[in-house]
Design a protein around this ligand. Sequence first.
Ligand code: AMP
Length: 430
Amino acid sequence: MSQLKVPKGTRDILGREIHLWRRIEETVYSVAQLFGYQEIRTPIFESTELFARGVGEGTDIVQKEMYTFLDKGGRSLTLRPEGTAPVMRAYLEQGFAVHEPRVKWFYLGPMFRYERPQAGRMRQFHQFGFEAIGFESPACDAEIILIAWTIYEELGLKRLSLEINSLGCNHCKPGYIEALKNFFRDRSEELCSNCKDRLERNPLRILDCKVETCQTVLRSTAFPNLQDFLCEDCKKHQAELLQTLTALGIPFVINPHLVRGLDYYTRTAFEVKTGELGAQDAVGGGGRYDNLSQALGGQRVPGVGFAAGMERIVLLLQKEETETSSERSGVYLAPLGKEGERYLLVLSRVLLQHGIPFYTDFADKTLKYHLKRAQKMGIRWVVILGEEEIQKSVFLLKDMISGEQISLSQEGLLKKLQEEISGAENTYLR
Ligand code: AMP
């Protein structure tokens, strides 16, 4: 039988990489707490209609990228391709619009898009995201950007740039889309086949097409600039946001081509890019979605948020990671024989009570095997328990660095381990 493999575009996350995921998650949780954002966990699958209405029928995500299936009851369901539409669904469904119209939420978890997999582009990928719903003020857009920036800074990511655009509102966006259609219609022969298709369906998406012929069209001097079409209110909103970012010391550039893939964005759209990952250079993005709630059948509710791709952040952290410290804190418990296993498991409860991390190997092997294994795991302290030790009610503690071995009572062992191993560095039990 052939070896089973993970589905294309998915992967196992394990080994040394795990601590990077933990670091990101912990940073997200602590920054969320500092800014007063509450966690929300929505289902992994939702009704297909939610994304058709909330992300937009004309978008690439809905047209080509969704994992949609019928369940046994004949309902059309979709594995969530993004987090904002589910969050807004929850807000409306739980009646927040009435009893608590302003909420600040964050989420973290897997998303699914049927895309062409490559480094930093997966079919199952992970995002964390922050959403502030019910807030109209551009200061809230700035807070969302500040949160993203704080998390990236906290993680030590370098060479990041923030690009900003305004997509206008219901008043000015239609005028721009009309101007775009007119501009592209005259040049449709030069567009790639994808963009020819987008021309009527979703012309804004042509703006971030990477195909060279489309790029040439976009560079034309006659290309209509979104910024020129903004109404007075949208211009004011953008100006206030940019002033606040300047006051916060967050550098930005205006990119009039920045549109983002989802339909529901109004006004602010932004993306954070890295210079380190080649083509998949966006590590996060977001914007204002004042039309989303109505698209889902609710009353008008303003909102602003962002989502960041965790795979790409992990790739960046891996690049920066040095191989210096592979030492694991804690103690390796090496039983020699079945009786030793039982005694050490009893000892492990005492270690637990004292917050001392441990690893017990139940391989029923020789001492040589255990010492090799402890060395490979980078664990300095090994407790050896063989027949002789059990008879004398002692534990043999070996220091893998000096090679010294001492025989200790349980109390003596605990005292020594407490001195040597700090509970705070506990890598096993967090
Ligand atoms: P989006 O929801 O498309 O605005 O994406 C937000 C962020 O999620 C992007 O900036 C990427 O960092 C990340 N992302 C989006 N799609 C993928 C994917 N297929 N694989 C990995 N990361 C992704």
